[in-house]
Write a protein that binds this ligand. Structure first.
Ligand code: E4P
Length: 216
């Protein structure tokens, strides 16, 4: 499973990309708005750090303007993936942009029929929001399983990008459900590798090593 980092924070992106474990980045208008940098400059800077797909979301609500914004964003860098919302206007824009070979991430997906339409519109990625469904008392992970089932039935090559990830269990379940990508907030990414038993075990190894006087 590919791992994307779900943030627009350049410091975090630099630090986490340095692990060699990050395949791409997703941003959204809320994340970008928190950075106090012009959006186009922000996306350009992320692309300069990360060698992989970088999702940049349009903010227009009508297809024609979404397409124009998408073309502008796609022209910034070959790794830009244009993000459009899962509305009928977004699907129209997705179809038009895909026809121009521009990669599109259809976001704000909350149902399997929506995901089916995004695949038919030629989306490179579909972003089901697992955590926001859970927040409402639904089973967000079931949506990933349903989409996997539908896409496999028809051999759609749209990649399932599990989004709105809240904790490491979501990442594990998304991998088990066959998501192609999981986009993870920095805090949850760090929780993936941190384990208190690792810290305790390492401390006792180092203590014993120190006492022994051995060297490498
Ligand atoms: C996806 O691309 C979105 O940026 C993101 O996952 C939204 O997650 P949230 O529900 O934590 O805002």
């Amino acid at each position: 499973m590919q791992i994307f980092i779900d943030t627009a924070d350049l410091g975090e992106i630099r630090q986490l990309y340095d692990t060699g474990l990050i395949d791409g980045v997703t941003t959204n208008p809320s994340l970008a708005a928190s950075q106090g940098v012009q959006f186009v400059d922000l996306i350009q800077q992320i692309c300069n750090i990360v060698d992989g797909p970088v999702s940049a979301e349009v903010t227009a609500l009508e297809a024609a303007e979404m397409i124009a914004q998408g073309q502008k964003l796609a022209a910034l860098h070959e790794n830009v993936v244009v993000k459009v919302p899962l509305t009928v206007e977004g699907l129209k824009a997705c179809h038009a942009l895909a026809e121009e070979d521009i990669a599109v991430n259809v976001t704000l997906c909350f149902s399997a029929p929506q995901a089916l339409l995004a695949a038919k519109a030629g989306a490179r990625y579909i972003s089901p929001f697992v955590g926001r469904l859970d927040d409402q008392g639904w089973d967000g992970m079931q949506l990933i399983r349903d989409i996997r089932h539908i896409y496999s039935n028809y051999l759609f090559d749209t990649e399932i990008l599990a989004a709105s990830i809240r904790h490491p269990q979501h990442v594990l379940d998304a991998a088990k459900a066959g998501a192609d990508v999981c986009t993870i907030p920095p805090k949850v990414f760090r929780q993936l590798y941190h384990h208190s038993l690792t810290d305790i075990g390492l401390k006792s190894f180092m203590d014993d090593w120190q006492k022994s006087g051995l060297t490498i």
